[in-house]
Design a protein around this ligand. Sequence first.
Ligand code: AG3
Length: 274
Amino acid sequence: MENWFTELHTKDTGISIKVAKPIYTKFSKYQRIDIFQNKTLGRILTLDGLIQLTESDEFIYHEMLVHPSLVVHPTCEEVLVVGGGDGGTAREALKHNQCRIDLVEIDEAVIKACIKFFPTLSLSLSDERVKLFTEDGTKFTKKKKSKYDVIIVDSTDPIGFAKELFRAQFYKSCYSALKENGILVAQSESPILHRGIMKGMYKNLSAIFPTVQFYLVPIPTYPSGLWSFVFCSKKYQPLEFAREVNFTTKYYNLEIHKASFALPNFVKDIFNSD
Ligand code: AG3
């Protein structure tokens, strides 16, 4: 019998992927974790039935979440990753040799599963420049003052416990945890399907950071296929390039970096309407 995984994106649209082989299922303290194999897309990680990554396109997400801010920040050494227990974000940040990373993931079970089943992402987690903390990212961030150059929020959708990572209170903690020239970057959902979420983030973030700019990236296996990230900074502009791109990537380069900050009108409208 054929076994298909389906994630609904709206009441009447979604994505279906054939399960060639179920690999892992666990109900952790926080969520349901599933890993399965698809012939075309490779291994896939879902949390509470929502696709977090596929081996075929995770590089787009992780490279574009990480490199824009690390290429703009001229002297970044201290990085905080909130979420990102799969290790993909840490893997990309480690390409910047001078960076040390604190990674705070709430769900230890995600880390354990990814160490076992996604070695090309999670190998980064055993690098000596990465320190792992399994605790609530909002509480962790609150305790830090002027410590980080860059904070990267690699969260799930704003559902359940992850909602906290989209609130003004958390963004304020990030602002205080950053040094005076710090940058915050976060995944910010789909400009087609989650316009209300993006608008809320823009409102919250622009009340705190002088620079708040969204950028767009195609991610074929995420809702609508078009995804966004937000770059927030105290000092630097997203198109001021301070560092060379002397590391290997499959998606990111300076042309892509520039182009991704150009927004179509329907996306600009998210921020201009009341
Ligand atoms: N975090 C963002 C996943 C959002 C996808 N949403 C969905 N499928 N409904 C990915 C974590 C990868 N490190």
